[in-house]
Ligand binder design. Structure first.
Ligand SMILES: NC(=O)c1ccc[n+]([C@@H]2O[C@H](COP(=O)([O-])OP(=O)(O)OC[C@H]3O[C@@H](n4cnc5c(N)ncnc54)[C@H](OP(=O)(O)O)[C@@H]3O)[C@@H](O)[C@H]2O)c1
Length: 336
């Protein structure tokens, strides 16, 4: 089968589209004939070797974290799917493999694909939308009466995050450049801060919760914008001890490392009386099923910036890596 793999960590030249062995089916697995693949910044960060502290597989590996496709074989213990089912999944974090013609995944991370959109497009949903719902509902408790700040509203995660926060009843302020303003308003943002003109440190509104997608100085500024007692959840900052225990179920060693590397951010957050949380999202077929239902009910739109053919996956990755995507970047495998 064709697969996009890395044999060694490195820049874009470290990844190649090549022939690779088919994945092995385990008892709880579904074998999927892939129709669509969603691209995410975690793909090029993995390729660069930035995630080695938490995930260090023996190379070569097939890259890729999310997909849509059709079940072609079921493991002996599979309970909920059958051959021919159309599914979407954020694959297991320690397995990857979505950038291939064929993938094996545990049935627990899969759910039935939305019926209202093309199967290939559905690959844009799992990772970014799961991240948004886990941050906004599970960590921040976004709901009616709460005003939430989302930094970076125009990208893959941001376009879902705005819609999900609004769906949960919250008032939403987001940051975007003029390139993304119309899109974030279309997603439902109540207020937009143009990050190219306004320094977040000058913003006077205080928020009930912050979902930070940007990290760096943007994250630091967010601590001063959260109400005392509120939480700032970042997916682009530095992992902290709860990331190790709750998101990664890791042992004491990683918890201590994350305690050390996040010390400065946690101290800064404490100065403002807020809690700093770095979320590392998790795969979940059941939460994904809720998001699929929202798509089919017309409550969650999938924004696709650009769609590539599998033969052009390197170009797709470079496009995403440029950092200007509005919504999601996906790759489709043409079966015709
Ligand atoms: N921890 C986790 O579990 C997890 C999960 C998912 C994603 N992430 C991380 O979250 C981040 C966002 O992911 P994504 O998929 O949304 O990325 P993305 O689609 O590549 O985001 C691109 C968008 O970000 C906007 N942007 C860039 N700099 C900005 C700034 N300073 N302020 C506001 N907007 C800015 C760009 O808008 P303009 O072009 O208009 O500037 C562009 O539309 C990545 O770092 C990713 O690795 C982490």
């Amino acid at each position: 089968m064709k697969a996009y793999i890395i044999k060694a960590y490195g820049d874009a030249s470290a990844a190649e589209l090549t022939e690779f062995s088919e994945p092995q089916l385990c008892p709880h697995d579904l074998r999927i004939e892939v129709a669509g693949m969603g691209l995410n910044p975690v793909d090029y960060k993995t390729r660069d070797g930035l995630l080695k502290a938490i995930y260090s597989p023996t190379l070569p590996i097939v890259m890729g974290n999310e997909l849509s496709g059709v079940v072609s074989e079921c493991g002996t213990e599979v309970k909920n799917f059958k051959v021919g089912d159309k599914i979407v999944a954020r694959v297991e974090k320690d397995r990857l493999g979505a950038f291939a013609e064929q993938v094996c995944i545990n049935e627990e991370v899969a759910t039935f694909a939305p019926k209202s959109i093309p199967l290939g497009d559905a690959a844009a949903l799992p990772l970014a939308a799961l991240t948004a719902i886990q941050a906004l509902r599970d960590e921040l408790g976004a709901s009616a009466g709460k005003h939430i700040l989302i930094t970076g509203g125009a990208g893959g995660v941001g376009t879902f995050a705005i819609q999900i926060a609004k769906y949960l009843g919250a008032e939403v302020t987001t940051t975007a450049s003029p390139r993304g303003e119309a899109l974030v308003r279309e997603m439902g943002a109540d207020h937009v801060i143009d990050y190219t003109k306004t320094d977040l440190a000058d913003v006077t509104t205080k928020f009930d919760g912050v979902f930070d997608l940007i990290g760096g100085d943007t994250l630091k500024a967010c601590f001063g914008l959260a109400k005392s007692g509120a939480t700032v959840v970042s997916i682009s900052g530095t992992p902290e001890p709860v990331t190790a225990s709750k998101d990664l179920q890791a042992g004491l060693k990683l918890k201590v490392i994350f305690w050390l590397v996040s010390f400065g951010l946690r101290r800064m957050a404490a100065k403002f009386g807020v809690t700093y949380r770095y979320l590392f999202m998790h795969a979940s077929g059941s939460e994904l099923a809720e998001l699929v239902q929202m798509v089919d009910d017309g409550q969650l739109k999938i924004i696709i910036d650009k769609k590539f053919d599998f033969a052009d996956i390197a170009e797709a990755m470079a496009y995403l890596e440029a950092g200007r995507a509005k919504g999601k970047v996906i790759v489709n495998i043409d079966k015709t």
